[in-house]
Design a protein around this ligand. Sequence first.
Ligand code: RNT
Ligand code: ZN
Length: 422
Amino acid sequence: MTRQSIEHCCQTAKERYAEFGVDVGKALESLAATSISLHCWQGDDVGGFEAPDAQLGGGGIAVTGSFPGKARTIEELRRDLSMAYSLIPGRRRLNLHSSYGDFGGRRVERDEFAPEHFRSWIDWARDKGLGLDFNATLFSHVKADSGYTLASPDENIRAFWIEHVKRCRAIAAHMGKELGKPCVHNLWIPDGAKDETVNRLAHRKHLQNSLDEIYEVKYSPDHLKDSVECKLFGIGSESFVAGSHEFYLLWAQKNGVMVCLDMGHFHPTESVADKVSALLLFFDEILLHVSRGVRWDSDHVVTLGDELRALMLEITRADALGRINIALDFFDASINRVGAWITGARAAQKALLYALLEPTDKLRAMERDGDLFGRLALLEEMKTMPFGAVWEYFCQTQNVPGHSDWMREIYDYEKKVLKLRT
Ligand code: RNT
Ligand code: ZN
């Protein structure tokens, strides 16, 4: 498509949306102002750069597939990320796990991680104009082998991980300060058990105490935003997960910390979208892990599906875009990893654009007036509006190729870069 035809199609779309009172220009402004945090771990199957290489394990996160081209070094990962960013429109951030530090080939224990190990990432992010987000890493480690970290009955194990998370929050605050944009530090722990667990209360009490100690240290909200992420179950933690939704919801609310809603961390028929309007009444901000579970928390590449659209719609309907932190969380090693990143990020943005183009005022009026047929019919009609034309135009204004053009660049990168990594 030529520039002109993209503009022409968007102009026609604008007129159609205007019939429903939707201002396309305003929707595009909001989309351009919303940042998506790209997770570093899609690039190397959650491997990280600690020496010697840690094995992924614990808590039921698993990557499947062996597509060639996995990033083996920080340089390769940065190159792949740069490629991905060049094909994702709008504002972007980078979400780092602490195991991705620049340790210079040396063995640095997790309770010794410090800002200096992330200096080169901060410089890189600054150079690219990216904000940084951060995560403590409490899996793929011998001290997590029992299945418990912060909720462990072993005081030494707990102390080790408490120190790790404390340091990670300090690193995150440092990143936020250095880059002049608050850094979101998210905490997910694998703690749980495969089978019937009798002393659930004790594990949760340990977790509560660990969190109380960790978050006692306060940082400026201009530098750091904290969040905690619950989970329903994982492989090897089918019967019990200490950090459940209820546990974290209550702890976080009491302690002024955000909760992270991962789209794969609830019962498959439970609507994550429906949680938004409840949480917004009790929390200033929310973190989302945009993911796609297929039958379970499978972390498939995000696509533009009903659940994702419903989630974005709940955010825009609540006029809460400014209170939501959007991060991606999936890992697929069975397809081109860079292509996977871009597909997922663009799907999240498309879902948001779809939501921003909803004639919410009109729908609300129908609902208020009892026109429930009209509400349903209009919601249905919106699904076939020329939303793709607006998306193409958005990509063009952001100097990022639309539709199939970006796929060609990925095939090319695969041939010239990824396939050579053996
Ligand atoms: C695991 C959580 C968590 C991780 C990352 C790698 O189930 O979703 O967010 O995916 O920390
Ligand atoms: Zn997650």
